[in-house]
Design a binder for this molecule. Sequence first.
Ligand SMILES: Nc1ncnc2c1ncn2[C@@H]1O[C@H](COP(=O)(O)OP(=O)(O)OP(=O)(O)O)[C@@H](O)[C@H]1O
Length: 750
Amino acid sequence: MHETSQAKAELQGERDYVDGLYRRLDDLRAEKAEQLADVRRTQAAGSHQNRSERDAFATMYEDRLAQLNAVDDRLVFGRLDLDSGNKRYIGRIGLSDEDLRQLMVDWRAPEAGTFYQATAFERMGVRRRRHLILSRRDVVAIEDDVLDADLLGDDDSLQGEGALLAALNSRRTGQMSDIVGTIQAEQDRIIRAPLPGVTVVQGGPGTGKTAVALHRAAYLLYTHRDRLKSAGVLLVGPTDAFMKYIERVLPSLGETGVVMAGIGTLMPGIATVQETSEEAAALKGRIGMAEVIRTAVANRERVPAENKRLNVEGTMLTLTPRQVARARERARATGKPHNEARVTFVKILLRELTEQLLDKLEESSGGGNNADRSYLAEDVRSSRDVRIALNLAWMPLTPQKLVSELFSRPELLRAAAPTLSDAELAALLRPVDAPWTEADVPLLDEAAELLGDLDVSAGRDTAAREQEQKRDLANAERTLENVNASLEDSGVDGVLTAEDLAQHNAVSVTRLSAADRASGDRTWAYGHIVVDEAQELSPMQWRLLMRRCPLKSFTIVGDIAQTSSAAGSRSWQQALEPFVGERWQLEELTVNYRTPSQIAEAAVRMANAAGLVVSAPKAVREGRFSPVLDTVQDLVQSLVRAMPEELAAIDGGLLAVIAPERLLPDVRAALAPEYRDRVGTGAGGPGQDIVVISPRESKGLEFDGVVILEPQEMLDSATARVGDLYVAMTRPTQRLRVISSGEIPAGIAG
Ligand SMILES: Nc1ncnc2c1ncn2[C@@H]1O[C@H](COP(=O)(O)OP(=O)(O)OP(=O)(O)O)[C@@H](O)[C@H]1O
């Protein structure tokens, strides 16, 4: 009785405190909304400068407002009781009252680290760690870890479902949520690892690799804002569906400054589809492709086999192979990329041809010609014959043109890739207008590096462009300076410290640079790159990413056992050695938070029976269901019959039907009459609680229930990999059903 009333009082105490935090949040929001409205009301005073200032203010207030809105749900999640007697609340952002007294610490701040790291063995000055479990704004439960033995036995330690298990058992929505309230110690160590260098995080399915990658990005931006504000952080994932699945996590952590990109979108202006030919994907991923592209570019700098006769305003000139070869040598010696070196090539030959024209005219006029040299140069330059001859010898090229011609013209491909077999060449050849694939992106990027700027070759004035850029930059800088000054004058709001102010500016700068400019700029050098599902990357994709971060500061997360791409890695060592040698560090995650033990064990048994070496993380919980295995005659009809039972078992949760690619249309057609708009793809969308996807599409995603069709086919067919079935089996958080028209693969039944 006494215990219950004490528990109630504790809970009430927390509710009161949390109410206070929300009041503060609401006040700040109202303040920001008002400031934003004020700025918007202000008439744009004439000058460009004033308008940019107003825009910069507006952007800053919008950002802050968006941040305050995004952290509303479960704003606070922890409390530390310290040896000093102080209490410290831990939440999504830092909050202080009007007098700058700290009300809540940002989870990324150093003082919050002990919330995740302290244990009974190493208390780190913490007596008690309290989890506050909120539903929206309400504190629904509190749960204490008592670390100080002296406190044990006190009756005020409270019961309740563990915060972690509550999170793990909650229904999936098709959108990943953050884990900020329940980050585990082994995860926290990786999230807070130092910025420089390459950290590889290897972990089996469901160990929180994606979660760790996202929280690390947020942590780095917070902790190293100064270093990362202008360079930015890039987060790369495998597919668009996956990027959509994770897109809300960073905003919910109050971060908008990370550029998120699917691996197929890293070439600005190029839309890609998936590479359907496994062989082509594997070939394009090989590191040797860099040499193929290099040769392809060099082969477009051609010396003609014989003399060329060129008509310039009625006078016939001769261009010799020797002349072209010499000009090519000198142009290449500049070390500039193809399009830029072309300027030198063209200049040399135009000068030589102008000399020749002058000589000829003098000859024909018996020495009496006194035509102006600059007119003659212009005649040479504008001669059609000259233009054709120079272009044939050294064509200005875009990466798109180079690569599309390379893969559509057998003679070009053979010349650039002399070591490839006929079968390999055939696998690469395709129509000139075929859509770009993900595997083309690193080749286009390689080509862009070697070709350089087309504008230069097209004669656009470099100096003028540089001037323009300088002016833009100066404008942006001046604007920011003014924003700073005026903010200081106006005292902003009570919560903003000088540090916050710097952060806000950083966000604005990031807006101007990293987010907007970086994602549209192929040559952008990021301060840090986080790569998820990194086992899928081909050597050429690694090469591209390494170029995007010259400092080689990377967080790489993945699971070698889940590799399904034909060009992906078989070992981290093999993947990274060519780029960073031995200079990378391996961290491992060992606990599976997603899949109940009965299902996780079945997946590991299957993988082992099929000869796949997997790291088998320990499942953190047991589920309510063992895998259900059906051997049936009529596959798709059996699925239709099983659907009601599966949907009921997960009680309104999200169900994925994972089937080999060839079956997907039939499965969708069979489900359509009954389930209509409820059936989607990827991780599902609004109103969609059923998705029909291939094993590859399921990568990185998770669902309450999963039904796998024809598992043996995921192991057997020509393009299948053991990893595919392993990935599919490790997607559910509650329940797995396997339906097969043949044998159920060895190991699953146990
Ligand atoms: N500390 C944690 N607290 C609460 N939930 C967690 C925690 N760690 C992981 N999870 C949850 O476990 C699930 C699996 O996490 P995540 O998707 O990051 O794993 P993964 O290692 O990337 O998996 P896979 O390689 O199979 O795609 C997610 O629902 C995630 O929110």
